[in-house]
Design a protein around this ligand. Structure first.
Ligand SMILES: Cc1ncc(COP(=O)(O)O)c(C=O)c1O
Length: 501
């Protein structure tokens, strides 16, 4: 009898080697986490420098290299050259500080690698996703028996709500006839709505002009009287309103639309009511949340992002739809090459029927672990503290003579460098302030001690801090006005800004 030698594949690792490499990686990451507070948030490196570090446009290596060296080099490269989302002074955009347990969950998920498109490929992972979605709904006061699934992020979660709503309102023939048979549809939201809506209207075939932008009130919230007026006029002009979108926390200023009133309009007008809670949705779980904020639970569909305020490592968004049937009506195809056993008392879930993706990763594991690690009370405490720190920051900025605070809500604070002599409102002064603050954001980001992003608030270019970060402390935010002032002083032109008029 001949014995065949074991197969040796260039990608395999022996158990012993995997253990050795894995332990070293975890040790390096633990050291990174213990020193993160004293590190720079980012390096400020330019693309050309980073490309050079990677050897420019060198060709793919013809022969393989040892895993040990590759992983050690990659660890050093990534640790040295990254922006640290988990740094306490990272307050840019809306990206949650990643929970370490969630990251370990991602490793576990990757090794087992269930394909959560279908129950047969991912039995326990499917049930963990179902339970995670139920817990997310429960946090928001939404029916845990709703339909829902995890997706890559806020854009995709909003797309799922948009597509489910469109199909629900336009009826079953829409899937056959497509947009050609739908007439001139219209969807309603404000200009403060994230750009996902423009992408959705464009990419899903209606055209960006389908998006009707409702005017804002003085607090950057939807003016509901204007919404009613637009609906009347648009119907008279032959448009077919199908959906209204409210924000539970806008991306620029954290504003919460009057969701109670919008829900009433949607009901009266037979419109689908979608809420973008990608950023602010989880703050509706706080007992002190306003009635408008909690009214996101009246929505037909909600987008909400665990990779924002559940502090899950990227990627993870979540789409919830009140009636599960609407997801199947929108996304389900049953090809002959998938067998779905429906004889069981508890039929298995095949998530490919509920959303855009076919093959799907085990995103749920990190979310499921973190939800249990912190519990409802832990999440409430972390989100409440993020919001309190934003208020402390706003007060600290207002107390600085050269900083002007602008709109803010939830955990967002917007402010700008504006010496009082320049706060005249005159167009030339505003233009100078806008130009200066544009450079100030760039310079702060490059220096790497504080990372804020920008917002344009009522035409004013502002620095924007968004705290979705369980490492940020009160001392950190109290230091911000001083850091901004130092950076402003260093900026070429600071002198000219204050005295050279
Ligand atoms: C309110 C809101 N909606 C949607 C998005 C898009 O989310 P993502 O970047 O995860 O696709 C964001 C991102 O910040 C957001 O703040």
């Amino acid at each position: 009898m001949t014995t065949t030698p074991p197969r040796v594949a260039p990608l395999d690792l022996s158990a012993e080697e995997f253990r050795r490499l894995g332990h070293r990686l975890v040790d390096d990451l633990a050291a990174h986490l213990s020193g993160i507070r004293t590190a720079r948030v980012t390096t400020g490196a330019r693309p050309a420098e980073l490309r050079a570090l990677l050897g420019g446009d060198r060709p793919l290596p013809a022969l393989g290299m040892p895993a040990d060296r590759l992983l050690a080099d990659a660890t050093r490269l990534v640790l040295e050259q990254s922006l640290y989302i988990g740094h306490p002074m990272f307050q840019g955009y809306v990206v949650g500080s990643p929970a370490p347990l969630g990251a370990l969950g991602d490793l576990l998920a990757s090794i087992i690698d269930p394909n959560v498109g279908g129950y047969v490929l991912a039995p326990i992972a499917t049930e963990i996703e179902r339970q995670s979605v139920r817990w997310i709904a429960e946090l928001l006061g939404y029916d845990p028996d709703c339909g829902g699934l995890l997706v890559s992020g806020g854009n995709m979660a909003n797309f799922v709500g948009f597509l489910a709503g469109r199909r629900a309102v336009l009826g079953p023939d829409f899937r056959k006839d497509g947009v050609a048979g739908a007439g001139r549809v219209a969807v309603y939201c404000t200009d403060e709505t994230h750009t996902w809506i423009d992408k959705a209207a464009d990419l899903f075939g209606h055209g960006a002009d389908t998006v009707r932008k409702v005017p804002l009130d003085a607090h950057y919230r939807m003016d509901v009287a204007a919404l009613r007026r637009m609906l009347r006029e648009d119907r008279a002009a032959g448009l077919r309103p199908i959906m209204v979108i409210g924000n539970a926390g806008t991306v620029s200023t954290g504003a919460i639309d009057p969701l109670l009133e919008i829900a009433a309009v949607a009901r009266e007008e037979g419109l689908w009511f979608h809420v973008d809670g990608a950023y602010g949705g989880f703050a509706a779980a706080l007992p002190e949340a306003t009635a408008d904020h909690r009214a996101l639970a009246l929505a037909d569909s909600i987008a909400i992002d665990p990779h924002k305020w559940l502090y899950a490592p990227i990627e993870c968004g979540c789409a919830l739809v009140r009636t599960p049937r609407h997801l199947l009506d929108t996304f389900s195809y049953r090809p002959p090459y998938y067998h779905i056993d429906e004889e069981d008392d508890v039929p298995p879930i095949f998530y490919f029927e509920y959303g855009l993706q076919n093959s799907r990763g085990f995103r749920a594991l990190k979310v499921w672990l973190q939800l249990q690690q912190a519990g409802r009370a832990g999440y409430e405490a972390m989100i409440r503290e993020d919001c309190r720190l934003a208020r402390v920051l706003s007060e600290a900025c207002a107390a600085h003579p050269d900083i002007e605070t602008l709109a803010g809500g939830l955990s967002i604070t917007t402010f700008r460098w504006a010496p009082t002599a320049l706060r005249t409102g005159r167009p030339d002064d505003e233009a100078r302030l806008n130009a200066f603050n544009t450079r100030l954001v760039e310079r702060l980001q490059a220096e790497g001690r504080l990372f804020v992003s920008n917002a344009v608030v009522g035409g004013k270019y502002a620095l924007r801090s968004c705290i979705v970060n369980f490492r940020t402390t009160e001392a950190d935010v109290r230091a911000i006005p001083g850091l901004v002032a130092e950076c402003a002083a260093r900026l070429e032109g600071a002198q000219a800004l204050t005295t050279g008029r």
